[in-house]
Write a protein that binds this ligand. Structure first.
Ligand SMILES: NC(=O)c1ccc[n+]([C@@H]2O[C@H](COP(=O)([O-])OP(=O)(O)OC[C@H]3O[C@@H](n4cnc5c(N)ncnc54)[C@H](OP(=O)(O)O)[C@@H]3O)[C@@H](O)[C@H]2O)c1
Length: 295
């Protein structure tokens, strides 16, 4: 029997978080056009409804679109969405952990978690864990390396020199920008450890920086971030979406995981993102934090 072609969309299922806007929406649109079964997630009711309509309009015969809603700062919602995904499909070939962003201050979820760390790191950590049986199921019937987990991180990870192990949610000295940079470093450490754990099962985890993108990103941030982004030469979300689709389908990113990409090419992550001890410690700390909220 020939190995399945990863570019053959029929029966391929992708979960894209944060598909109601920006990079996630542009990525989900690209997968929908290619005829994949696209499961998008969003938080804002209006943006989610509009994205769902747009995605359905792009999906050709044989394709399929489902759209789920929930705030990923709440781990109970992440668990619910994982269960809803499992009710829609028995296998996930690609998981794009994209939802997230920066806030304009310190916000605490109803479960007592700081928003930035919860939505950007703990949510994808938990969602990936909950969807692992579906990724494994896909892997059993796919060519090795064609089942992939992609983390939308950021160049901002370089501005965080190390995880604040004694206060990961920065309660003692919160600054929105630092919390965001740490969460994006966490995305890459998670990717590294995840890849180490799953590569033997034919699954590959990769991280990426999308570039400075015109989206709703800065609308949730501090005035200084909005002012900074307004001065930048921003790219359209379709550009990182191309890299995300490439990471999901091209042979090269399927060969060896735990890497970091930008604009269709491998890029150099900061040394602190390549620290295997920190990656393994973050995994343990994340499990512990999730246990503390019964997730
Ligand atoms: N834009 C940039 O320049 C840039 C640069 C580097 C990295 N990034 C990263 O790229 C990713 C996508 O951002 P974007 O630029 O496309 O911004 P965006 O337009 O604001 O899109 C963010 C997406 O994530 C969802 N989301 C945010 N917080 C959520 C939460 N608590 N629960 C559930 N969903 C949530 C949003 O849902 P709703 O719209 O429904 O609220 C939206 O679908 C983020 O991880 C961001 O950190 C962006």
């Amino acid at each position: 029997m020939n190995a399945p072609d990863p570019n053959t969309p029929v029966g391929r299922c992708v979960v894209v978080t944060g598909a109601s806007s920006g990079i996630g929406k542009a990525s989900a649109e690209a997968f929908a056009r290619m005829g994949w079964h696209v499961i998008g997630t969003g938080r804002d009711a209006e943006r989610s409804a509009s994205a769902e309509t747009d995605l359905r309009a792009l999906s050709p015969p044989g394709g399929r679109v489902d759209f789920l809603r929930g705030d990923f700062a709440e781990m109970a919602n992440v668990r619910r969405i994982a269960a809803e995904i499992a009710a829609l499909t028995d296998r996930v070939h690609v998981l794009v952990n994209n939802a997230g962003g920066v806030r304009d201050g310190l916000y605490t979820s109803s479960e007592g978690l700081e928003w930035t760390f919860a939505a950007n790191h703990l949510a994808p950590f938990l969602l990936t864990r909950e969807l692992m049986p579906l990724l494994e199921q896909a892997s059993e019937t796919s060519a090795p390396g064609t089942v992939r987990v992609i983390a939308v991180s950021s160049l901002a990870h370089k501005q965080c020199s190390a995880m604040r192990w004694n206060d990961l949610m920065m309660r003692e000295d919160f600054a929105a920008g630092s919390a965001y940079c740490q969460a994006k470093l966490a995305n890459l450490l998670f990717t590294r450890e995840l890849n180490r754990k799953v590569e033997g099962r034919g699954i590959v985890a990769q991280g990426m920086h999308p570039g400075k993108v015109r989206s709703n990103f800065s609308s949730h941030g501090e005035p200084s971030l909005k002012a900074y982004m307004a001065t930048q030469n921003l790219i359209m979300p379709e550009q990182p979406a191309r890299t995300i689709v490439w990471l999901a389908t091209a042979p090269e990113p399927g060969m060896h995981g735990g890497r970091y990409f930008y604009d269709l090419a491998e890029a150099q992550a900061a040394p602190q993102a390549l620290d295997d001890e920190a990656a393994s410690r973050l995994w343990r700390e994340s499990e512990r934090m999730l246990e503390s909220v019964n997730a």
